[in-house]
Design a protein around this ligand. Structure first.
Ligand code: KG4
Ligand code: ZN
Length: 361
């Protein structure tokens, strides 16, 4: 089965064609036949964050170009558009103007080509693609605990069977990535700031000397699996102000600050994950979302599982799919079409497919 997927929930435009074959009962093998991805991050950098109407305009402009690129790659394998079984599109969560750009494009494409169209939850895309190992989605042992960390989400979700989600913890305010991006901005770093924080923290970390900054670990001791990152943002603002503003901080100070920030985020993520793993008895633990690209976060969470939860299998997403992309949307649709009750012959009506900015799992 082959699915062409479109992703436009934030500032990445993605088009991908993925093939899936059920190689044995409960084991799905994926192959990406063609994929094109374009980040608008540089365009949004001057606004210090994603500017929804600009994102929408860019998606509209770039979708036809990316579609052609993806289909050209598919055709190189002697597979034509008519050999694709369905179209899938991210319907939420995300920025509604941006989501609509993808949805309108997908509806038009599906109608003209007479293909069924399926809406996909962006977060499910992160979960499913992160579970894929050696190109396969296998009959992973349930329950699966997923830590989703992105620019818009920070949540711990338990899946007891395919596509049955139970949220066991979430941020009460900002997402981890959002806090990293906002604090990075205070430090004069370009958007998106997460990767810059990681890079600078690694430089400071090599010095193995404790820096002069101390930031809080919000809700570290709270008796649940919820998170809060807005207090970290306020604390960062004051800490920078106390130093006389970012203008009076040198490169070394900024790197030390980045390290303390990363330490704070890591401490909270590790502690809440420990709590969630303990209470859920998860057999599999997976992380997903843009922040899952952080080397340090990957390392610390792996260490937690490998030392304290040796019976739990850890799945780490390949770095190429941690950020938003359309491959993950295609994989989620293919998984639903194989392991769930989605049917090519019975897609939802196009009118029912709408942008849902706050869609949850
Ligand atoms: O999943 P994603 O690409 O978009 C959303 O759905 O939000 O996640 C984007 C987030 C941004 O906050 C970005 O700063 C963060 O992921 N990020 C990182 C790294 N790469 C991206 N954070 C920490 N370390 C990284 N290497
Ligand atoms: Zn995402």
């Amino acid at each position: 089965m082959r699915v062409l997927a479109i992703e436009t929930s934030c500032d990445e435009t993605g088009v991908a064609v993925v093939e899936a074959e059920q190689v044995s009962n409960g084991v799905l093998r994926f192959e990406t036949l063609g994929a094109a991805l374009l980040s608008q991050a540089e365009k949004h950098a001057e606004f210090g964050g994603v500017y929804p109407t600009l994102a929408k305009r860019e998606h509209i402009q770039n979708l036809p170009i990316l579609l052609k690129q993806a289909l050209d790659a598919v055709e190189q394998r002697n597979i034509s558009f008519s050999d694709i079984d369905a179209v899938a599109v991210t319907s939420g969560p995300g920025l509604e103007p941006a989501l609509w750009a993808g949805i309108e494009f997908a509806k038009d494409l599906a109608e003209k080509a007479d293909k069924p169209l399926f809406p996909v939850n962006h977060m499910e895309g992160h979960v499913i693609s992160s579970l894929v190992k050696d190109s396969q989605l296998d009959n992973t042992s349930f329950p699966i605990l997923a830590l989703l960390i992105s620019g818009g989400h920070t949540e711990l979700v338990l899946m007891r069977e395919w596509f049955q989600y139970e949220k066991i913890g979430e941020t009460l305010d900002d997402a981890a990535g959002e806090a990293l991006d906002k604090i990075a901005r205070m430090l004069g770093l370009p958007y998106p700031g997460g990767p810059h924080i990681s890079r600078l923290a690694a430089i400071a970390g090599e010095a193995k000397k404790r820096g002069p900054f101390t930031l809080p670990r919000p809700m570290l001791k709270s008796n649940n699996c919820d998170f809060s990152f807005s207090g970290l943002k306020t604390a960062a603002l004051y800490a920078i102000r106390d130093r006389g503003g970012v203008e009076s901080m040198n490169e070394r100070n900024i790197a030390d600050f980045a390290l303390e920030l990363e330490n704070a985020v890591v401490d909270v993520l590790v502690n809440k994950t420990r709590r969630a793993l303990t209470q859920s008895n998860a057999k599999t633990f997976v992380i997903g979302g843009g922040v899952a690209a952080s080397t340090r976060i990957r390392k610390e969470l792996s260490a937690l599982v490998n030392t304290e939860f040796v019976k739990t299998e850890m799945r780490l997403p390949e770095l190429s799919i941690t950020g938003d992309n359309a491959i993950m949307i295609a994989q989620a649709a293919l998984a639903r079409l194989t392991f769930n009750n989605w049917k090519l012959s019975a897609p939802p009506t196009p009118e029912s497919i709408r942008a849902r900015g706050r869609l949850s799992l």
